[in-house]
Design a protein around this ligand. Structure first.
Ligand code: ADQ
Length: 465
């Protein structure tokens, strides 16, 4: 069954990205996918404006562009501190990426998180009409569905988690774990990227709360929730076209020229400790020490724009990376060669696509990642006649689909060094075979498939009595 054309969609996420008419693909794939869901079905995209205000009023700013209506609200500085920088990014993000050592537990954070979710619920409630399907995104808003139910909302509500769900024993460390998981039973459908994240959620619900699973339906008391694994994808053709667009080709040529015959290894990530950047630099260093004959034959381009700069752990990872890159470059550079080019800025997507295409190796080594779209973008950008090799962490959700990448344990510098050598030596036939199999997967399960699979499940579920 296709999405019921009469159901409008109300999408709710922390940040909202209105279509901007850009042809350089400046917007991320997720933003484009959600916008096109709204273009097809009509509806509204609601969230935080990213701006602060002295006092929360719930005043909504509406904009309409390219058939998409967005509705945003400003938050108080204390909300941003406690809800966004606090509970979302200092408590949930590290814990859900298995970084128990970095997670901070403060009652003010939990209180601010709840307060903002109540505010969002009260503000968005009047915008939701009978028959609308509501689709909530990500870890900033776990309890929003329950707050909407408290306000009497009977509509179908779905939730998609973009990050991993941690194993039961790890989640138990969160003081609010049980209450948080109980709120999830307000949803009709919950989506995860992989079976692994899904089964960790089910494990907690069954063993700690006494829920039961029948098929894909999880029951707790009167409530029934459908759980599903739906890996997010990319728009493969669009990305491949970006790689050969005018700016993509220019970026490709500039990279090839500046490589002066050396093989480029590329890494592209938000500057985040979950992305395994320190381990990546150390694995690359291991490769340089084990293979001195290869030293001047390769270089690593790491593009890592800073994110969440007001959170301490992000400031620490930034300075740690600068010192590791500085040390490696100090130890190995020569007058005509620098082993690591480390760049702290973002690039337009067409430029990125050209850079990916110019790289012999895509090095994607997160310690833990819900999916990882860079891995898929790297594959989509390759030249079919002479594709590069993707080296991918086993601990990225993407590893479940991209089994033809060279899969590694990112904690092992030796495995990373071996994988770089294997990729550099890999013949063209093997590279093409692996690439074709990966392309088949990312084409089949692309971004349109992801959103249709989820929204179809959401509208199929009967509205709660
Ligand atoms: P992220 O942690 O942000 O997303 P990822 O999936 O790799 O990670 O997506 C990042 C996006 O930002 C990609 O489209 C990439 O091209 C872009 N990007 C990264 N660095 C860039 C740079 N220097 N310049 C320009 N663009 C850059 C979260 C989860 C992931 C999950 C996604 C989607 O952490 O696991 O895959 O959501 O669900």
């Amino acid at each position: 069954m296709e999405f019921d054309p009469l159901s409008r969609l109300v999408i709710i996420s922390n940040r909202v990205s209105a279509p901007n008419g850009s042809h350089s693909g400046a917007q991320g794939g997720l933003a484009v996918a959600l916008a096109s869901a709204l273009q097809e079905n009509g509806g509204i995209w609601f969230g935080w404006s990213g701006e602060e205000t002295d006092e929360y009023t719930g005043q909504i700013t509406f904009t309409r562009a390219e058939g998409v209506t967005t509705a945003t609200v400003d938050l108080e500085a204390q909300d941003v501190d406690e809800y966004y920088n606090g509970y979302a990014n200092r408590t949930l993000w590290p814990l859900f990426h298995y970084r128990v050592d970095l997670a901070e537990y403060e009652r003010e954070f939990a209180g601010g998180y709840k307060r903002v979710n109540v505010r969002f619920a009260e503000t968005v409630r009047p915008l939701i009409e009978d028959g609308d399907a509501v689709w909530i995104q990500d870890y900033h808003m776990f309890p929003l569905g329950e707050e909407l139910r408290r306000l009497g909302l009977k509509n179908r509500i779905g939730f998609f988690l973009h990050i991993p769900w941690p194993p039961r024993r790890l989640l138990s460390i969160l003081p609010e774990a049980e209450a948080l998981v109980r709120t999830m039973f307000a949803y009709d459908v919950i989506g995860f990227h992989t079976e692994e994240w899904l089964s960790s959620f089910v494990d907690y619900a069954c063993h700690e709360l006494g829920a039961t699973l029948e098929g894909d339906i999880l029951r707790l008391g009167e409530r029934r929730v459908q759980v599903m694994a739906v890996p997010i994808g990319i728009d493969v053709d669009e990305f491949a076209e970006l790689a050969t667009s005018t700016r993509g080709r220019l970026a490709f040529r500039q990279m090839r020229d500046s490589a002066v015959g050396r093989d480029m290894i590329v890494g592209v990530d938000r500057l985040d400790y979950s992305k395994g950047l320190e381990e990546r630099f150390l694995g690359y260093e291991r490769f340089l020490t084990e293979h001195p004959e290869e030293r001047k034959e390769v270089f690593l381009l790491q593009i890592a724009p800073p994110s969440r700069a007001s959170v301490g752990s992000y400031q620490r990872i930034r300075s740690s990376l600068e010192s590791i890159a500085g040390r490696i470059n100090g130890a190995y550079s020569d007058v005509d060669w620098t082993p690591i080019r480390y760049v702290n800025q973002g690039y337009p997507r067409d430029v990125l696509a050209g850079i990916y295409r110019a790289a012999k190796i895509g090095l994607v080594t997160p310690l833990r990642d819900g999916m990882n779209l860079v891995a898929k973008e790297y594959v989509a950008a390759q030249n079919p006649e002479d594709p590069g090799v993707l080296i991918l962490s086993r601990f990225a959700g993407a590893a479940c689909q991209l089994t033809d990448a060279v899969l590694i344990n990112p904690y092992s510098a030796e495995e990373m060094a071996d994988a770089i050598m294997q990729a550099l030596r890999m013949g063209r036939d093997e590279r093409i075979e692996r690439w074709e199999r990966m392309m088949a997967v990312i084409r089949r399960e692309d971004i349109a498939w992801w959103r249709r699979t989820f929204t179809n499940a959401l509208v199929r579920t009967p509205e709660p009595a």
